[in-house]
Design a protein around this ligand. Structure first.
Ligand code: DGJ
Length: 608
């Protein structure tokens, strides 16, 4: 059971109980967000029920007035979100040191409750996008007490130094005040998760070179880090870090250069690992404090090391995939690290954060018409806990994301229960198709972008193809649920695939009507296997050109028995909306969903 339990000061606990009793508020149950399940296969629950975060993050300045909060959250409700990610600004929460004003957070929670939204709070504390711009004025102006990070040339950055005990203590006090306030006020558990800081990182250099930082550097590598690394097998560590440590002899004591250097010298990676340790240690101590008061998931987000940039060119030493082990070792109370995905290659970036047992949560992704397709991929293929486009208040009510979220919302229990039987795909103009063999069902499954069919003029008129995405749930060897937008699904029996590879007839290209194309130039002359089959045979056979044609009388093929567009309720019960056949399934040849639709199709197959 998740419950805020203020441990300090004791008087707050008494006040909490008294207030709860006076208001007759249930202090225990209701909406509680928790990570459940074994490490590496965790899911979220809210009040004990499976929960996927169908979220969106508000722009940085969008919750600095109650009017804006109310306006935006009312829209997000109409957009179909179940969760809003929103900042808590340190500068407005503690305008005078030690005096806290929680009115904005209170407004946020009240508005969220009215609009049936959960909240992920983002602590814009000491760091926001590397910088310390959200620190209060009294902090910013007292650089003696709150020293800045410095570059190697001694240039002061507007980045509080992670090595300063004063910086940590003031940040910790403020965050603890917030958490204790929530303990008193958030009796309905509207807050689902907490993000600590925002996109931590060092800029211009890979590490802080301030006097405090240099002192820490000279102390060498903490045993806590090497003990963590030594406790893992190499395949449990990120390959880049594992390799660097192994190259230096996997030592458990020594300087940063001795353990993580390159040819006996510090390079950018050495400096980044050092800095990451101290970022993670700082956040780990904050998380440890928060963890004393709540069991809700805690996470950190990363600005990505994209476009070939080097540490310092991108925010160095954030919670990046290649530094995950450093973060895990130093901040064990952090449940996961999360990518903010603004670059091309959404799927590849997301994959990097869905490995090594890290549950994938995407707190920020570029707001676009492709978010729905991306969400389907993230949930289907990477079993994401949630997704959240950034500056969500600028999104459209009723757009593709609304349709996707509306489709996914009732499916949350079903998808969570079936997560080991789901796959996901994401297509665009470059990556148009994907497929895999299901050995157990003896099926070859192929999914493609809807625009690989020639029927929509936008496929060929120079339009940019919208992303297409889908979740395919295997319900049985001959039964599937397709939740998608802009995809075509084909099934072939493995026996047919093998026979086709041997048979010349299939080397005649078929048109979309399923008939052989009028132009016969692509035909391979009778008696020969197609070239692919020949090359695979030639390695095994001394007579590569003599391939026996397939014996089709023995080949069992797969047909579509039925395709129903369905609604699925939260109990997993299907209700047929309509039967799709004839033109709608290409006379039984395929299953498809147009790019402007988001649909759930229940597909049954048969053998013949
Ligand atoms: C990532 C940050 O985390 C957000 O707060 C915001 O600054 C976006 N970048 C870009 O606008």
């Amino acid at each position: 059971m998740q419950r805020f339990v203020p441990k300090t000061p004791f008087v707050l606990l008494i006040a909490f109980v008294l207030v709860s009793l006076c208001l007759g508020v249930a202090t225990s149950a209701l909406a509680q967000c928790q990570l459940v399940g074994p490490k590496g296969n965790q899911t979220l629950t809210l009040d004990g029920k499976p929960f996927l975060i169908l979220g969106g993050e508000l722009g940085n300045s969008s919750v600095s007035s109650t009017e804006d909060i109310n306006r935006h959250l009312e829209k997000l409700h109409r957009m179909g979100l179940n969760t809003v990610l929103a900042p808590v600004y340190w500068e407005l929460m503690e305008p005078t040191e030690g005096q806290f004003d929680f009115s904005l957070t209170d407004s946020l929670l009240a508005s969220a409750q009215r609009n049936n939204l959960r909240v992920v709070l983002l602590w814009f504390g000491a760091w926001k996008n590397s910088m310390s711009c959200y620190a209060p004025a009294w902090f910013k102006t007292d650089t003696q007490r709150f020293p800045r990070a410095q570059t190697a040339k001694g240039k002061s950055m507007e980045i509080a130094s992670a090595f300063s005990p004063n910086v940590f203590e003031t940040d910790r006090k403020a965050l603890e005040a917030l958490v204790l306030h929530l303990a008193l006020r958030d009796t309905l558990h509207t807050v689902a998760m907490l993000q600590i800081e925002n996109e931590i990182g060092m800029l211009e250099d890979a590490r802080d070179h301030s006097p405090l930082a240099n002192k820490a550097y000279d102390k060498g590598v903490p045993r806590k880090l090497t003990a963590f690394l030594a406790s893992k097998s190499p395949d449990q560590l990120h390959p880049l870090l594992a390799q660097r440590w192994a190259q230096n002899g996997s030592k458990t004591r020594g300087t940063w250069v001795q353990l993580f250097g390159s040819n006996g010298k510090a390079d950018l990676l050495t400096d980044e690992i050092f800095q990451a340790w101290y970022h993670a240690d700082y956040v780990g101590r904050l998380a440890h404090m928060v963890r004393k008061h709540t069991t809700m998931p805690l996470y950190v987000n990363a600005a990505l090391n994209s476009r070939g940039r080097k540490p310092g060119e991108y925010p160095s030493a954030g919670p990046l995939a290649h530094l995950i082990d450093v973060w895990r070792a130093a901040a064990p109370d952090i449940d996961f690290i999360s990518p903010d995905i603004y670059d091309k290659g959404f799927d590849a970036w997301a994959e990097q954060y869905a490995t090594l047992g890290n549950p994938l949560f995407i707190p920020e992704m570029r707001l676009s018409d492709n978010n729905g397709a991306q969400a389907l991929y993230a949930f289907g293929e990477l079993h994401a806990l949630g997704v959240s486009p950034f500056s969500i208040e600028n999104g459209a009510v009723g757009g593709k994301l609304t349709k996707t979220y509306a489709t996914l919302a009732p499916l949350m229990p079903f998808l969570t229960q079936m997560r080991d039987s789901t796959r996901g795909v994401l297509f665009n103009q470059e990556i148009q198709t994907d497929g895999w063999r299901d050995e157990q069902a003896a099926l070859d499954i192929k999914l493609s972008h809807y625009f690989t069919l020639p029927w929509d003029p936008r496929a060929t008129d120079g339009s940019t193809w919208p992303d297409a995405g889908a979740i395919l749930v295997k319900m049985g060897p001959r039964e599937f649920l397709l939740i998608g937008t802009g995809v075509v699904l084909n099934f072939t029996s493995v026996a047919e695939s093998q026979a086709s590879a041997l048979d010349f007839v299939v080397s005649r290209k078929l048109g979309e009507d399923g008939f052989v194309l009028a132009n016969d130039n692509n035909e391979v002359s009778d008696g020969q296997a197609n070239p692919e089959a020949q090359s695979s045979q030639s390695s095994q056979s001394s007579q590569p050109n003599k391939v026996e044609p397939a014996d089709w009388t023995k080949v069992r093929r797969i047909g579509i028995l039925s395709v129903d567009e369905v609604e699925v309720d939260t109990n997993g019960t299907f209700r047929r909306i309509r039967r799709l056949n004839g033109d709608e399934d290409h006379q039984g040849r395929h299953v498809r969903i147009g790019v402007d639709d988001v649909k759930v199709l229940h597909v049954k197959l048969y053998d013949y």
